[in-house]
Design a protein around this ligand. Structure first.
Ligand code: FAE
Length: 528
């Protein structure tokens, strides 16, 4: 972390370039390689470029989360969120909007570049992390490798043997994936909620499976024993974890900065990409201050450009570039193939004797795995609802095999990029989740909760996703290694490569695909 703090505060001017560039105007900063964003795909790119000795600049629109606030903590708590919680909002917009229909979850906050964003489109909103580390700062840490057969179905042109033999293991090792100790899990107060949901799934004849995590379970056990400061056991997750989680700033990005070749600029949002006559790329970026005001507009030049702004960020940049004519030769499939990974959230009401516990860890460790049910494939993670009080709620995030896809389009009048996902497409995910949970309710004589997602008795939260995937699908908008069609030395390394669905939580897949891209690109494209 020390390396990160030092390097990220360094200025960045004209790194790694020879004298041929010296004649360029002062306003232009250049690097051989630029990486947009600092989430999973971007972090892999930055590390592997840095290790290859290529000077690299990372441009991240969020802030570096390393400075404690007045409470002594870097991130604010979920129960008393402040300005650090959300990206330029005046009120938080938590996924779980209410309890007993009461508006007791969300809070008024000051506008600030907070760590969690909820990006609204017409019929879908998308939660994303903002800051050095992207989604790793806010996510639930579930580090799941997809079923090999489903990976092969989604990526028919990728060598699955190589992925499962080389890149998935490499990604898991680098991310610091570990497993909960089953004996500790069975005895722990903090996972009673999971054991209750497991019992109810088993009563319906369903299979459950442990899922690995990037949260350090050794640390969590010390939290439980009272010998370490509580984070997962103190309700921390969607607004950041102050301890315990191996987010990217502690893994890939820290190593990237350690190479001495990588620099990160924060609070700089890339808004346009074009190409100079000599084939290099030109990026226009707005530098913002803590109030969101643009304090400077910068231009950067690079030979190699890696897009890691996530499914939304990368799709937006490329759709705009194609439609405004700055990169007119981009493939027609740029912007297409987007999906929600079939996400639906829901709650069930338990019987009074089935207590879920006042103590709940925020890190899920188990899923109900009914993916093999070809009539209705669903993988549902058993999610926590840590309120500090017994509430008898079992919460789930279901990942359904929803085949629906949508596209991003450019709206000339507003200059914005829209997402064509409709409520009818979400209804497909709901239908699948309902089939599974109707079974569980029938087997346990339980019912759904109607009070958790706003005042309209909504049972299935189908209007948001944690897993935006697609928009620049591998093998369609790019070649089989993330090279963007039509533009040499332009690459995509993030979740936009995944065609809308991967059947499990996606960051291990995104990381492994980025490792595969970087191995190929460094071997073939950057040779002198
Ligand atoms: P991502 O991590 O989103 O990073 C993109 C970065 O680029 C961000 O830092 C942006 O601020 C930045 N950016 C975007 N546009 C620009 C621009 N124009 N200029 C400069 N910077 C830009 O991308 N997944 C799991 O596998 N397991 C989980 O347990 C899990 N839980 C989740 C819980 C929550 C609440 C959320 C929101 C997500 C969760 N996810 C989980 C999803 C996971 O975090 C997500 O798939 C990855 O973070 C996506 O990685 P990317 O590299 O695509």
């Amino acid at each position: 972390m020390a390396a990160l703090q030092t390097a990220a505060t360094l200025g960045f001017t004209r790194v790694g370039l020879d004298s041929a560039r010296a004649a360029e105007p002062d306003a232009v900063d250049n690097a051989p390689a630029i990486v947009v964003g600092s989430g999973y795909g971007a972090a892999v790119a930055a590390l592997r470029l840095g290790q290859a000795g290529i000077r690299t600049l990372v441009l991240e629109m969020g802030r570096l989360w390393n400075t404690p606030g007045s409470d002594g903590k870097v991130f604010c708590s979920t129960s008393a969120p402040d300005q650090r919680s959300m990206w330029f909002r005046t009120r938080t917009e938590a996924p779980l909007a209410s309890f007993l229909w009461l508006d007791v979850v969300n809070r008024d906050i000051g506008r600030y570049p907070g760590v969690l964003d909820r990006v609204h489109f017409a019929d879908m909103s998308v939660f994303v992390g903002r800051g050095v580390g992207g989604g790793s700062l806010v996510n639930g840490g579930m580090a799941v490798t997809p079923l090999r057969s489903y990976f092969a179905e989604q990526f028919p042109t990728v060598d699955a043997a190589e992925m499962y033999g080389t890149y998935f293991p490499r990604a898991r090792a680098m991310l610091g994936v570990n497993n909960v100790d089953p004996a500790w899990f069975e005895a722990s107060d903090w996972y009673r909620f999971t054991r209750v949901s497991r019992k109810h799934a088993q009563n319906a004849g369903l299979r459950t499976t442990f899922v690995p995590s990037v949260y350090d379970f050794g640390y969590m056990q010390r939290e439980a024993a009272g010998t370490a400061a509580k984070s997962a056991l103190a309700g921390e997750v969607i607004y950041g974890n102050n301890q315990g989680k191996r987010s990217l700033d502690k893994t890939y990005l820290s190593s990237a900065l350690g190479t001495g070749n990588v620099t990160i600029h924060t609070l700089e949002k890339v808004r346009a990409i074009s190409r100079a006559a000599d084939g290099t790329y030109v990026l226009t970026a707005d530098r913002i201050d803590a109030t969101g005001n643009v304090v400077e507009t910068k231009e950067y030049g690079c030979t190699y450009l890696f897009l890691g702004g996530g499914s939304l960020g990368t799709s937006e940049l490329l759709v705009r570039a194609r439609e405004t004519g700055t990169l007119p030769a981009l493939d027609a499939r740029v912007g297409a193939g987007w999906g929600t990974n079939g996400n639906v959230m829901l709650g069930r009401a338990n019987h009074l004797w089935d207590t879920v516990g006042a103590n709940q860890s925020t890190m899920p460790v188990m899923g109900i795995d009914d993916w093999a049910n070809t009539a209705n494939p669903v993988f549902a993670e058993i999610a926590p609802l840590p309120t500090g009080l017994e509430h008898w709620v079992s919460l789930y995030l279901a990942i359904t095999k929803n085949p629906q896809r949508a596209a991003f389009t450019y709206d000339r009048a507003s200059g914005t990029v829209k997402l064509g996902w409709s409520a009818a497409q979400s209804a497909v995910s709901v239908g699948m989740a309902k089939k599974l949970f109707d079974r569980i309710n029938a087997a346990n004589a339980t019912m759904y909760r109607y009070d958790l997602f706003g005042g309209s008795n909504k049972v299935f939260a189908d209007d948001f996703t944690y897993h935006p995937l697609g928009g620049c699908v591998l093998g369609q908008a790019t070649d089989d290694h993330g090279r963007v069609k039509g533009y040499p030395r332009l690459y995509v390394t993030d979740g936009s490569l995944v065609p809308g669905s991967i059947g499990v939580n996606p960051f291990v897949t995104i990381t492994a695909l980025a490792e595969r891209t970087m191995a190929r690109v460094l071997a073939e494209d950057t040779a002198p």
